[in-house]
Design a binder for this molecule. Structure first.
Ligand SMILES: [Zn+2]
Ligand SMILES: [Zn+2]
Length: 214
């Protein structure tokens, strides 16, 4: 069974997720740690529980989700995986990290592993399925754990809201279509863990999300 732990990092209040199973295998989703203190929280948790990081996975390329990529890579010697369409945003993210004064500002390399639609990421005995959900950013993906019944949606779908679509690569119609055809087709009791804010369920968002009327 996959377990999930959340950390809230950087001035954007970004949710960094640690997904692990009983073998100790783990993946770090969207490491947004932007200070030595935040890196210490993430690394301290991984080390305290003896977890074995396999890779970093980015749901998309915005700075608040990728700023900690290289710190995690360096510490554990693991690759970063993302959809190739994220690359333009990741190039921008490094410049934004400097403007925003994130510390320590280092390089943010392009991902080494390319993820595509319906691909599976094995975490110990558990499986995460890649679901392409573009619209908030190019190359946005969600990660669905079918056995456990939850989905990580990045900045595509939030509790009672959706991701902004006014940034480069954003498109409102594309995002609505992604949510309606790829997320709202998951079982209603699927728990939703977003890139910001609290968790929700697919069923609740179908009923109450004002931005994605069915
Ligand atoms: Zn974003
Ligand atoms: Zn974000």
């Amino acid at each position: 069974m996959l377990q999930i732990n959340a950390f809230v990092f950087n001035p954007f209040g970004e949710n960094t997720y640690l997904v692990h199973d009983e073998t100790g295998a783990c993946v770090i989703i969207d490491p947004g740690c932007a200070s030595e203190g935040e890196e210490g929280q993430l690394f301290g948790f991984i080390d305290r529980y003896g977890l074995k990081p396999l890779m970093v996975v980015n749901t998309h390329g915005h700075v608040d989700h990728v700023v900690g990529n290289n710190a995690v890579k360096r510490r554990y010697g693991i690759p970063v995986a993302a959809h190739p369409d994220t690359h333009a945003d990741i190039v921008q993210a490094k410049r934004q990290a400097v403007w925003l004064g994130f510390q320590p500002v280092g390089d943010i390399d392009l991902p080494e592993v390319a993820l595509g639609d319906d691909e599976e990421i094995h975490v110990g005995k558990g499986v995460l399925q890649v679901i392409c959900t573009p619209g908030h950013a190019k190359g946005s993906i969600s990660l669905y754990a079918p056995v456990e019944g939850w989905v990580l949606t990045g900045d595509a779908l939030f509790c009672r809201s959706i991701g902004r679509t006014d940034l480069p690569g954003g498109d409102y119609d594309t995002l609505r279509e992604s949510i309606r055809t790829r997320l709202f087709t998951l079982p209603d009791d699927t728990e939703v863990f977003s890139g910001h804010g609290e968790s929700t369920t697919i069923g609740e968002e179908k009923d109450f999300n004002p931005y994605v009327a069915l």
